[in-house]
Design a protein around this ligand. Structure first.
Ligand SMILES: Nc1ncnc2c1ncn2[C@@H]1O[C@H](COP(=O)(O)OP(=O)(O)O)[C@@H](O)[C@H]1O
Ligand SMILES: [Mg+2]
Length: 256
């Protein structure tokens, strides 16, 4: 059974009088990578923010694991299991890679009470968890590297590792490969694929780069002027005439 982790129903969102989302409904299934694509200005980031709670919709509802979170603010959604890169305190640039991961692991334990001491038995488990994270995210050889000296793509990867340390039920990524070199983009796709396989993580991602999209997506939804015009498997989306017309047929523009 493919239970739904997240279910958004009939979302509308305007900035002032400008309607940006119109009647958008989508779901994220357990273990599913759902990628939202669309031209610049289509409303992807706005949809992302409504799903993560940074913005509230004017109309419609968001349910997470069966619970209505429509009016639950972003930081509380994190406690429920929403993972997003910019939610974690930024990478601490003077600390090593493994110390950053340690901080993220401690943050998970302190979710309910920020002042709580981490029980010794729990702290003992961190060493194993850190080794696992370092291996999963390709940082084993850089565990002692000072984070501030990492290349841009590696720093983004460390941010991702810190979010994974929080063991989210669903991972949200808004254009995770923006600003990356082709090699960094490729490494990020491979990492996300590996993480998804190993941790059977559910993901919602917006993305510009079609190689990334088709390399990762189980399902793709296409947003066009605030409306979802198609949702389906990568093969279905490639074959969809409407999508070809407004978007994929004009990939040069989409990359601009
Ligand atoms: N805070 C804001 N106030 C007013 N208009 C906004 C704001 N944020 C985004 N917009 C507008 O909403 C539309 C959708 O933006 P956005 O969600 O960022 O699209 P995308 O991520 O697909 O490029 C754009 O026309 C943008 O100019
Ligand atoms: Mg955007």
């Amino acid at each position: 059974m493919n239970a739904m982790v997240l279910e958004a129903t009939s979302l509308d969102k305007s900035y002032g009088r400008i309607g940006v989302l119109r009647d958008v409904s989508l779901t994220i299934g357990a273990g599913e990578s759902h990628v939202v694509i669309g031209p610049n200005g289509a409303g992807k980031t706005t949809l992302f923010k409504v799903l993560t709670g940074e913005l509230y919709a004017d109309r419609g509802a968001v349910h997470f694991q069966g619970r209505d979170v429509t009016r639950v603010p972003a930081h509380k959604r994190v406690h429920l299991g929403f993972g997003r890169t910019f939610q974690v305190a930024k990478v601490f640039s003077k600390l090593s890679v493994q110390d950053n991961l340690l901080i993220a692991l401690e943050a998970r334990v302190r979710r309910q009470n920020p002042l709580a001491r981490v029980p010794r038995a729990v702290a003992a488990g961190f060493a194993v968890a850190i080794d696992q994270l370092l291996a999963d995210t390709g940082f084993a050889a850089q565990r002692d590297a000072i984070s501030g000296t990492l290349a841009y793509g590696d720093r983004k990867r460390l941010e991702l590792a810190m979010v994974l340390a929080l063991e989210p039920a669903v991972l949200f990524l808004d254009e995770p490969t923006a600003g990356m070199s082709a090699a960094e983009r490729h490494a990020t796709v491979e990492l996300l694929k590996a993480v998804k396989r190993k941790r059977s993580l559910s993901m919602l991602m917006t993305e510009h780069d079609m190689d990334v999209v088709f390399g990762l997506a189980d399902r793709i939804s296409v947003l066009h002027y605030g409306q979802l015009i198609a949702s389906g498997t990568p093969a279905e989306i490639r074959a969809n005439d409407k999508v070809k017309e407004v978007y994929l047929g004009d990939e040069e523009d989409a990359h601009a």
